[in-house]
Design a protein around this ligand. Sequence first.
Ligand code: AMP
Length: 423
Amino acid sequence: MSYAKVKGTYDVLPSETKKWQALEKHIRLLFEKYNYQEIRTPLIEHSEVFHRSNEHSDMVTKETYNFTDRSGRALTLRPEGTAGVVRSFIENKLYASQALEKLYYVGPNFRYERPQKGRFRQFMQFGIEALGTSSPYIDAEVIMLAYDVIKSLGLKGVKVKINSLGNNESKHNYYQALKAHFEPHKSTLCSDCQARLEKNPLRILDCKIDKNHEAVLSAPNPFDFLSAYSENYIKTVLSTLNEVKIPYVLAPKLVRGLDYYSETVFEIEADIDGFGAQNVLGGGGRYESLVAELGGPSMGGIGFAFGMERLLLALEAEDVDLVDDSGLDAYVIIFNQSDMPDALVLVHELRNEGLRVDLDFTEKNFKAQLKQSLKEKSMYLLILGENEIKNHMVTVKNTKTETQELIPRRIVVRKIKEYVYHE
Ligand code: AMP
């Protein structure tokens, strides 16, 4: 029996939650600037939402948490955000309302991976999906937004890598070329790649074991197999990015971890000391067939996701602090337990005015209450001593200026509110 946390999971303790909240707040504001609306989908989906016949990625075939519920339903904990969002988009006919649906999400995903720094079995992602159009300009805007995530957070040393897998015709031609290229090397590839050669040779380019294999390094370039449509498409995406001055590099080996991608794919990499292999902060791409595959109309989409743990590590490594570190507005101090009801009435009135206020419940003496108020970084101390109570007054101390004044109890709430809001 074990009461320890499950391998690959972590607790976010109160001392850490502010960082998470600040990051989440930051990205929500950013997404809303680009007119994305939040969607919240379940953590569990029917297994077939992820386990589709043409999906051979490691993420889906090897890393999902699958189980049957008590009625025998095959269910999967979501390993990524897109498939569930697309399922919901179709089920709720969101495509009927508009030509383009801009959705964002924030939440946990689950993958049975080998845990290491920046890699967990339960991890948080935020991401977006722009569904319902196949315009290269939306691809450009989505990459602008992905870049803005990084830039607005103040992270430096970040690279945007872009590739194009092309449409079905391009992908088919590229697969054939990859097959022909890898066939003579089959026996020297890892056992997984030998199987990939038959099912989906693109996945060989993504192999962690064979990534330095000579045949992988000399593999054909997908740009050479793009159909006229796909070539034109990526050219428009790239020239638009040039116009809006988003820096990027072309990355012909970038295939992304899922098989549903087509046309534009991209990743955001951070060049941060000590990050090692976990330097990919986020990535995404276009999917032209996924909506139809999940039973929806034939329409394309594009999205990306960022890992929040890695972003927090990157922010820490680059000394970026998003947290608004201000403490309480006021801390109420009493001398006798019998004054607790009066103190609670006062904090209640202050909180009703939107102020952040607390007081001691553990019968600490005056000095210990002062110490606690320092820990809470309280702006004002409201002292209810014997004399104050008797004379219906409150001693108010501004902890910054160290000035102190006696204020009548009946106007103290209004006064504190004025002070705090006019700071
Ligand atoms: P993916 O959905 O695999 O394209 O991943 C997008 C981003 O999610 C990655 O760049 C990481 O930042 C993050 N991510 C993916 N898998 C994990 C994991 N197991 N633990 C932590 N972050 C992850």
